[in-house]
Ligand binder design. Structure first.
Ligand SMILES: [Zn+2]
Length: 94
């Protein structure tokens, strides 16, 4: 008997709110908004609305420029708050 045929596993794709490219979910960082404001969801399991971002500062800056966080999360995100998260992401991708 032949082994089971190779089943192509479907990788969930998500779109980066910075560069707008679709990438496998695992390559992106999830950002959510919680009681304390914008936060990076490193587990990918935090409740609430989330958006996805590449792990690089260029995309964070792009997202900042377009106010993508505010638009995608349907909340007002202050520039300082977005900047803080941008710095956290930059630190993560180092
Ligand atoms: Zn990107």
């Amino acid at each position: 008997m032949a082994g089971s045929p190779m089943i192509e596993k479907k990788v969930p794709m998500r779109r980066c709110v910075g560069c707008m490219q679709s990438k496998p979910k695992g390559e992106l960082l999830r950002v959510t908004i919680g009681p304390e404001g914008l936060q990076i969801d490193q587990s990918g399991k935090m409740p609430g609305r989330g958006c996805y971002l590449c792990r690089n500062e260029a995309c964070v800056q792009l997202a900042l420029k377009k106010n993508a966080f505010g638009r995608n999360l349907k909340k007002d995100v202050s520039r300082q708050e977005a900047q803080r998260v941008a710095e956290e992401i930059a630190a993560l991708s180092e």
